[in-house]
Design a protein around this ligand. Structure first.
Ligand code: CUA
Length: 154
């Protein structure tokens, strides 16, 4: 079998680039002690209605920042409509009582997957007042397309 000269050059370059890339990745991972994400919060989905703060989902103004606790389930979010202030960091904490959902605020960087047994969170500061649509973008059943909510920023 003969390999064309250009093909050899290209193969050498490709394999060389792969080796360099994987070496850098491996070296930095060990050197900087990369590990899978830690500090993951868990919750028993059966206890969501009974333990704080999940038994009272909603908006909690902490002064400098705002916490919002959201419970997702087929096919709704609780709370379904809420208000947060403009220009203040808002941390969304979200759980699901049943299957996988998402908590996605259209037009923002908030796009969380809600996995049964885990608490997910994302922080966002709204710069513009207005009404923002919240959607579920993980297919969760027959009513998936009606699973939505609204956040009013003012
Ligand atoms: Cu919940 Cu799709």
């Amino acid at each position: 079998m003969t390999i064309h000269r250009y093909e050899k050059i290209w193969l050498t370059f490709g394999i060389g680039a792969l080796i360099v890339f994987l070496s850098i990745l491996g070296f930095t991972a060990f050197a900087e002690g990369h590990t899978p994400p830690g500090g993951v919060l868990t919750i028993d989905p059966q206890l969501i209605d009974t333990v704080a703060p999940w038994n009272a989902p909603g908006v909690y103004d902490r002064g400098e920042r705002v916490d919002v606790y959201i419970v997702g389930q087929v096919f709704a979010f609780n709370p379904n409509r809420f208000e947060v202030p403009v220009g203040k960091p808002v941390t969304f904490h979200a759980v699901t009582k049943d299957v996988v959902h998402s908590f996605t605020i259209v037009g923002t960087t908030v796009n969380m997957m809600l996995i049964p047994g885990y608490v997910n969170q994302a922080t966002y500061t709204f710069k513009e007042p207005g009404s923002y649509l919240i959607l579920c973008n993980e297919y969760c059943g027959a009513g998936h397309q009606v699973m939505q909510a609204e956040v009013i920023v003012r």
